[in-house]
Design a protein around this ligand. Structure first.
Ligand code: COA
Length: 373
């Protein structure tokens, strides 16, 4: 009998140059650059260039990409109208999945599979998703969407469009760093979904729609929202440990912990822990960070399981005033850069992705007419 690798665990299915994850050493690199170096020194726009070109941009290249992203932030009015028609109590990830899919209907390159057209689509998708997420956050509260501000970078403009006020530099930089940290993560589930779709030579919008649908699940990008719901339910620092301990006793999963690849600390969590602490102190709202820290210490002590990217991003986003159900859409906003990079890499050296399954169902049955069953 063939060995079955449930969940494709440990299976290497392709070569990729974009991102390397060292699950034992706890290292993450985009095209050879350590995530800590990028988080400390680069911007989201630089990382987008890196993911799409395999190298850091020269100044004029960076300025050209920044301009391109700014120029493409405005979403087709038909898609904005669609957004306004959606039921207001639906989850924003449902809406985002539908809206990104709808963007293709108004994209001049929708069916053009040339390298240049795919790059243009990647630029539009990366620029426009921020506008969609911010508008989703406002419209369901009965507010008008805010038009993008061309003087602001991707991160600052997102906060501006969401809250209708320019963020201060530390808020803007925190979101910028969060976007850098979430931009890519090799063959994670949503990226794999995008690549499977792209491998059939379906178009980029279709591949990205698959990715968003996959990111939505609580075992993947949906975890950051669940972490915050847990912290809100806990409510105070003294209740954090007993709450998490109860979950473990009941053999339940604690959201924001564990990882298929990392067997040590997720290097993104290291940066986000500090960010959550700093933002909390600055806002005089340290309880969310302190609760998180207690849960983390308990998880390491009791189970030797570390926090992942979704754990500290939750408390950081909360202090920034990002609505809880927008956490996963914000993840998507960043990961769009990585998804599109992977789709382009897939097209460049395509092979249909089509694994096998070990059949364990019944065999050799004979058809029985419906009235004789
Ligand atoms: N809380 C409690 N126990 C956990 C856990 C968590 N968050 N994550 C893993 N474990 C335990 C499992 O119960 C299992 O224990 P067992 O061997 O005694 O049965 C063991 O650790 C291995 O976990 P498993 O679910 O088999 O690993 P996986 O690679 O299939 O799953 C995740 C990885 C990410 C799906 C899993 O860790 C998880 O569900 N985490 C919570 C959701 C989350 O934060 N997702 C975002 C990932 S970035």
């Amino acid at each position: 009998m063939t060995e079955v690798k449930l969940g494709l665990q440990g299976v290497v299915i392709a070569e990729s140059q974009i991102c390397s994850v060292d699950g034992v050493g706890g290292k993450l690199m985009y095209y050879g650059f350590d995530i800590h170096d990028l988080a400390a020194n680069s911007t989201f726009e630089e990382v987008v260039f890196l993911l799409w070109n395999g190298r850091l941009p020269k100044r004029e290249e960076l300025e050209a990409l920044q301009k391109d992203l700014v120029d493409h932030r405005t979403v087709a009015p038909e898609v904005m109208d669609l957004l306004k028609e959606f039921p207001r109590d639906q989850h924003p990830m449902e809406a985002l999945r539908t809206l990104v899919s709808a963007l293709s209907l108004y994209d001049p390159d929708a069916e053009d599979m040339s390298v240049e057209a795919n790059r243009r689509k990647a630029t539009r998708l990366t620029a426009q998703i921020g506008t969609l997420v911010a508008a989703l956050g406002r419209v369901r509260e009965g507010k008008e969407p805010v038009a993008p501000d061309p003087t602001l970078n991707h991160a600052a403009n997102f906060l501006y469009m969401l809250r209708d006020r320019a963020p201060d530099p530390e808020e803007a930089r925190s979101v910028d760093v969060a976007l850098i940290l979430h931009a890519d993560h090799s063959f994670n589930a949503s990226t794999f979904a995008a690549r499977v779709t792209a491998s059939t030579l379906s178009d980029m919008h279709s591949a990205i729609t698959s990715a968003i649908a996959t990111l939505k699940g609580p075992l993947h990008g949906g975890a950051n929202e669940q972490v915050m719901r847990m912290l809100l339910e806990i409510g105070s620092v003294d209740k954090a440990e007993p709450y998490a301990l109860r979950l473990l006793e009941q053999k339940r999963i604690v959201m924001g912990f564990g990882h298929r690849v990392y067997h040590t600390e997720d290097p993104r969590a290291t940066v986000l822990r500090k960010m959550s602490e700093n933002l909390g102190k600055r806002a005089g709202k340290t309880a969310w960070f302190e609760m998180s820290r207690k849960i983390e210490q308990l998880m390491i002590r009791e189970k030797n399981i570390n926090a992942n990217v979704d754990f500290y991003s939750a408390s950081a986003y909360y202090v920034l005033g990002i609505p809880v159900d927008l956490y996963t859409p914000v993840f998507a906003m960043s990961r769009m850069s990585g998804w599109t990079a992977h789709v382009m890499e897939q097209y460049a050296n395509n092979k249909l992705i089509r694994p096998l399954a070990e059949y364990t169902g019944p065999k050799n049955l004979t058809y029985v007419p419906v009235d004789k069953r």
